[in-house]
Design a protein around this ligand. Structure first.
Ligand code: PGA
Length: 225
């Protein structure tokens, strides 16, 4: 089981250090934290795997505001999230840029959590399967890559996919891509165990509930079984 905390645009270096000082990591689960870029250096070397929330496909160049894989590796960062729905919806990320980012990160030696998931409109229109097929097709096959299934309607909304619905989507993804699949979207201490006991659910990508060390630790404990 792998549990990753996506802190989004929360926690500067000081809050990062206080989180990691009070977080009690259980044994028997792979734990990752994904702080904002400016907090990565503060997070590295404190016993947990550290991933960035995005990574550019070029090693360097005229790409104002972007960060490359070699830059992350130089800091001691272990991996990166790629293609989060907030990047896709708010910052113009496409299947093609997701592919480029994944390939460059993996080639450079980073691990990757590649995100897929349908919007509410797509689900209601019966397009979930087609959307997952299209998004998964853009994701490279690699030992250092896992996929996160995050239905967009469940992110930050408190609406969690039922364990059965998550299981169904994970089965679809696993038929297309032989990899571990994490579930993400309003994972909380009280629903984590039910989601992670589904056979095709290999862990969780946690947003809001990963910001508090106690609630994140509780979710990590739910993954140990
Ligand atoms: P959430 O976010 O747990 O706050 O719904 C999940 C994510 O966006 O990765």
């Amino acid at each position: 089981m792998l549990v990753a905390g996506n802190w989004k645009m929360f926690k500067g270096p000081q809050e990062t250090v206080s989180f990691l000082e009070s977080f009690e990591a259980p044994a028997g689960v792979e734990i990752v934290v994904c702080p904002p870029f400016t907090s990565l250096a503060a997070a590295v070397g404190r016993g947990l795997a550290v991933y960035a929330q995005n990574v550019h496909w070029a090693a360097e160049g005229a790409f104002t505001g972007e960060i490359s894989a070699p830059m992350l590796l130089e800091l001691g960062v272990d991996g990166a999230i790629v293609g989060h729905s907030e990047r896709r919806q708010l910052f113009g990320e496409t299947d093609e840029t997701v592919r480029l980012r994944c390939e460059a990160a993996l080639d450079a030696g980073l691990r990757v959590i590649a995100c897929v998931g349908e919007t509410e409109t797509e689900r209601e229109a019966g397009e979930t399967d087609a959307v997952l097929r299209r998004q998964v097709a853009a994701i490279p096959r690699h030992d250092a890559l896992v996929i996160a299934y995050e239905p967009v309607w469940a992110i930050g909304t408190g609406k969690t996919a039922t364990p059965e619905l998550a299981q169904e989507a994970h089965e679809t993804i696993k038929e297309l891509h032989d990899t571990r699949v994490l579930y993400g979207g309003s994972v909380k201490p009280d629903n984590a165990a039910a989601l992670m006991t589904q056979p095709a659910v290999d862990g969780a990508l946690v947003g809001g509930a990963s910001l508090d060390p106690d609630s994140f630790a509780e979710i990590c404990r739910a993954a140990v079984s």
